[in-house]
Design a protein around this ligand. Structure first.
Ligand code: GAR
Length: 196
């Protein structure tokens, strides 16, 4: 069983989907820690309800990104976390985390990368009028929504589809694709030694 940490900034529906997949026995992992950069994020209560440790921090209380990342790495290592799963964590990572977990950090983004990076990717794509929308899962590097793509899934934007319809479809795909992709990724790396 692989030990993972989930990083989030908001609602945590992807956290829910990953945790549900673990509970259903489909994903051989355990969420050891949930890292959150917003004290009012709903995902905190969700993690607590599942008796999962949380590390909640305010980025503004630190002089640099590496300062808070050092604490995050320490919290992860303390719990022997092997993989970091970004699920709506709206921050670019610095060297500290990237060097502590090389090729062990993944992210989900609600667009067909490399298109529509950054915030409100669904809105960006929808307003651009694209006929295909989708979700990407990728390794994380120092670039916003950059890094090698691991999986993508798309759907046709049908005539009459509203922004809300597109959003619903994206989330439906995310909640299936993320646990499934993590399952494959962790299985493929099963024989690797723990980094901690
Ligand atoms: C998800 O749609 C995820 O793809 C997106 O934030 C949402 C989080 O939802 N991430 C990004 O935009 C990263 N650039 P959730 O908190 O309900 O899982």
């Amino acid at each position: 069983m692989r030990k993972i940490a989930v990083f989030a900034s908001g609602t945590g529906t992807n956290f829910d989907a990953i945790q549900a997949s673990i509970e259903e026995g489909k994903l051989n992992a355990s969420i050891e820690l949930v890292v959150v950069d917003k004290s009012d994020a709903l995902v905190i209560e969700k993690a607590k309800a599942k008796h999962i440790d949380t590390f909640v921090f305010n980025p503004k209380s630190y002089a640099t990104k590496n300062d808070y990342e050092r604490e995050i790495v320490s919290e992860c290592k303390k719990r022997n976390v092997e993989w970091i799963v970004l699920a709506g964590y709206m921050r670019i990572l610095a060297d500290c985390l990237l060097e502590a977990y090389p090729n062990r950090i993944v992210n989900i983004h609600p667009s067909l990368l490399p298109a529509f990076k950054g915030k409100d990717a669904i809105g960006q794509a929808f307003h651009y009028g694209v006929k295909l929308m989708g979700v990407s899962i990728h390794y994380v590097n120092a670039e916003m929504d950059g890094g090698k793509i691991i999986a993508q899934k798309c759907f046709d934007v049908l005539d009459g589809m509203t922004h809300e319809d597109a959003e619903r479809e994206i989330h439906k795909i995310e909640h299936q694709l993320y646990p499934e992709t993590l399952r494959k990724l962790l299985e493929e790396n099963e024989d690797e030694k723990s980094v901690s």
